[in-house]
Design a protein around this ligand. Structure first.
Ligand code: AMP
Length: 541
C-alpha cells in the first residue's frame, strides 16, 4: 500500500472525492462498461491479435461478442512468449509493455506471465487510493513497511516503530502467520540488535544496511520489552501486545485463505480483518465497500472502470459449452442476477481479450447498479497453503509418480485424498493413502514412503516448489497411511449424509472436520518428505 504523499489535498477532501467517484462508477455501471470496452478496442485496434477477428475498427459490444473468442492463458501463451522474448510489435496491446507480472497461477507447471502497460499500473494505483476513504479510520498516515526488504528488516522496523504501526498488510493471511513464525524464531537476535543498535551481520545488503542505520539506535528499554513479551512462549494476542495501535489486519481471508482465520484471531485477539480488495495479476477488479463485515460475509464490488467484465453462468449440473469458432454470448456486469454463480472473464487495457480468470463468484446484491460478489473459489484448485495452487490433475500425477516406487513391493494405492493442514506453521500438504500390501514380508519401508513424499513434491508445480524452497511458506509434504477399509467408511459417511451411492466418488481433497477426524483416527503411520524438492528461479523455456 502506498504511503500518502504529503503534498496532496487534505484527507477529507480527497476522501469525499474518492467516495463520489465510487458512487459515479457504480451508478453508471453499464455505461462505464460500454465506454471501457470502446476505449480498449480503439486503443488496441491495430494489434495483431484483434486484427485476426476482422473487427474493422468496430468498438461496440455486439461486434466484439460475436467475433472475439473466449480464451484461457494457454490459448495466449504463444503470443505472451513472443512478447517475453522481446518482440516489440503490437501483438496483444498497442502500447509498449512496461513489465510482466507473475501470477501465482501456473500453466504447465510454470508461473503465468501477464504483460502489463504503465497506464494500467496508474489505474491500479487509483483503485488503491479509493481504499483509504472506504476504510474510514481516523489516522490517515498508514505506515507500511517496504515489501521488498527482507523479512528481517521489516520485522526490525516494525519493532522499532511499534507504536506507529496502525495496520498489518501482508496481502494474504498466510504471509502474516509466516511473519509471526519468523518473530518466534528470531526475536532474540532482533532484541539484541535493538539493545545494541547494531544490525545482525547476516544482513549484508548495503542498501538495507544504509537504510536501517538511519533508524537503528541502541534502545535497551525496547529490547527488554520485546524479550519480556516473547520469552514466555505465550503467543496469544502477540500482535496487539507488541503493536498496541494496530487497528486491523489488512489480509485476505476470503477464498482459500479462510482456513487461517482461527489462528489470526488467536494472535491478534480478534482484530478486524477487512478484506479490502479483490485483485489479480491480470486486472485489479474491485473493493469491499463494507470492510468491517465478517470474512464469510464479505462481498466485493467490481469497479466498472478497471476493465471490461463478462460472466459465464456457472452451474456444475449444466455446464456452458464454449466453442472457439462461434463465440458465446456472455452475461454483462450490469445484467447479473443475485444468488447466481458466474465465472469471471476480463478484457483489459493491457491486451487480454475475453480472458477466463478462473475465479467463481456469486452475486450477493448490488451497490447502485454494480453487482457485488462473494468470492466462491478458484476453479480447479484443490490444495493451497500460500501462493501455491495445486489442481486435481497435478495431485493425481504426483500420486501416480510416487506410486511407481511401490511397484517393486507389490503394493497398490487403493484410494487417496488430500488435506491442506494449516495447524502447523508453515502449513503443509497431507496425502492420505490406503495401501494394499500383498506381501506383508515385503511391505514398503519407512524410507520408501519418505521417498514417495519427495517424489510427490518433485511432481508439484514450480510455485509449490518455490514456496517450499525459497519462501519456506509450505512445510514438507506428509503421507498418512490409513488402515484398510478407511475409504469405505468415508463413503458410508457421505452416503449417510445424502450422497448418492451411484454417483459417489472419493473426494480428492477433504476439509470437512468430521471427515478429517475420521481419517486421522485410522492413521497407521505418518511420513514426511526428508528434503526439499528441486527448484531454481529460472524459467524452463
Ligand atoms: P495472483 O494473480 O497470483 O495475484 O492471484 C490472483 C488470484 O488470487 C485471484 O484470481 C483470486 O483467485 C485470488 N484472490 C485475489 N483477491 C482475493 C480475495 N480478496 N479473496 C479471495 N481470493 C482472492
Amino acid at each position: 500500500m502506498a504511503i500518502e504523499a504529503s503534498l496532496s489535498p487534505p484527507p477529507n477532501e480527497r476522501f469525499a472525492k474518492a467516495l463520489q467517484f465510487i458512487e459515479e462508477m457504480t451508478k453508471n455501471c453499464d455505461k462505464v462498461q460500454e465506454k471501457v470496452l470502446a476505449e480498449i478496442l480503439a486503443q488496441n485496434a491495430n494489434t495483431e491479435y484483434l486484427e485476426r477477428f476482422n473487427l474493422g475498427g468496430a468498438t461496440d459490444r455486439d461486434s466484439f461478442k460475436s467475433r472475439v473468442p473466449v480464451v484461457t492463458y494457454e490459448d495466449l501463451q504463444p503470443e505472451i512468449q513472443r512478447i517475453a522474448n522481446g518482440d516489440r510489435s503490437p501483438i496483444l496491446c498497442s502500447r509498449p509493455i512496461s513489465e510482466f507480472l507473475t501470477s501465482s497461477g501456473t500453466s504447465a507447471g510454470e508461473r503465468k506471465l501477464m504483460p502489463t502497460i504503465s497506464e494500467e499500473m496508474d489505474r491500479r494505483q487509483l483503485l488503491y487510493s479509493l481504499l483509504m476513504p472506504v476504510m474510514n479510520f481516523p489516522d490517515e498516515a498508514i505506515l507500511c513497511v517496504d515489501s521488498f526488504q527482507s523479512m528481517y528488516t521489516q520485522m526490525l522496523c516494525g519493532l522499532l516503530m511499534r507504536e506507529e504501526v496502525l495496520e498489518s498488510a501482508p496481502v494474504f493471511a498466510s504471509g502474516l502467520l509466516r511473519a509471526i513464525r519468523f518473530l518466534q524464531i528470531n526475536w532474540r537476535q532482533l532484541a539484541h540488535d535493538i539493545s545494541t543498535g547494531s544490525l545482525n551481520p547476516r544482513i549484508t545488503d548495503p542498501a538495507i544496511q544504509a537504510r536501517v542505520a538511519k533508524i537503528l539506535k541502541p534502545n535497551p528499554n525496547l529490547a527488554e520489552f520485546i524479550t519480556k513479551e516473547c520469552e514466555g512462549e505465550n503467543w496469544e494476542r502477540i500482535i496487539p501486545r507488541i503493536w498496541p495501535n494496530t487497528k486491523y489486519l489488512d489480509v485476505i481471508v476470503t477464498g482459500a485463505m479462510a482456513q487461517y482465520i482461527p489462528l489470526l484471531d488467536f494472535y491478534s485477539g480478534g482484530l478486524p480483518k477487512p478484506c479490502t480488495m479483490y485483485a489479480s495479476s491480470e486486472c485489479y477488479f474491485g473493493l469491499n465497500l463494507k470492510p468491517m463485515t465478517k470474512p464469510d460475509e464479505v462481498s466485493y464490488t467490481i469497479m466498472p472502470n478497471m476493465g471490461y467484465f463478462e460472466f459465464i453462468p456457472h452451474d456444475p449440473a449444466n455446464p456452458v459449452q464454449l466453442n472457439r469458432d462461434s463465440p458465446p454470448r456472455l452475461v454483462d456486469l450490469a445484467d447479473l442476477e443475485t444468488g447466481k454463480e458466474y465465472e469471471l472473464v476480463v478484457t483489459t487495457y493491457s491486451g487480454l481479450c475475453r480472458y477466463r480468470v478462473g475465479d467463481i463468484l456469486r452475486v450477493t446484491g448490488f451497490h447502485n447498479s454494480a453487482p457485488q460478489f462473494k468470492f466462491i473459489r478458484r476453479k480447479n484448485v484443490l490444495l493451497s497453503i500460500d501462493a501455491d495452487k495445486t489442481d486435481e490433475s497435478e495431485l493425481q500425477k504426483a500420486v501416480e509418480n510416487a506410486y511407481e516406487l511401490l511397484r517393486e513391493f507389490d503394493t497398490t494405492v487403493v484410494e487417496y485424498t488430500s488435506y491442506a493442514d494449516t495447524n502447523t506453521i508453515p502449513g503443509h500438504y497431507v496425502i492420505y493413502w490406503e495401501l494394499l500390501v500383498k506381501d506383508p514380508f515385503n511391505a514398503p519401508s519407512d524410507d520408501v514412503l519418505e521417498k514417495c513424499c519427495l517424489v510427490m513434491e518433485e511432481s508439484m508445480n514450480s510455485v509449490y516448489r518455490q514456496c517450499r524452497v525459497a519462501d519456506n511458506s509450505v512445510g514438507p509434504l506428509e503421507i498418512r497411511v490409513v488402515r484398510n477399509g478407511t475409504f469405505e467408511e468415508v463413503m458410508d459417511y457421505a452416503i449417510s449424509r445424502g450422497a448418492s451411492i451411484n454417483q459417489y466418488k472419493a473426494p480428492r481433497c477433504v476439509s470437512y472436520t468430521p471427515i478429517v477426524e475420521l481419517l486421522d483416527a485410522r492413521v497407521l503411520s505418518a511420513h514426511f518428505s526428508p528434503t526439499a524438492p528441486h527448484w531454481t528461479p529460472e524459467r524452463r523455456v
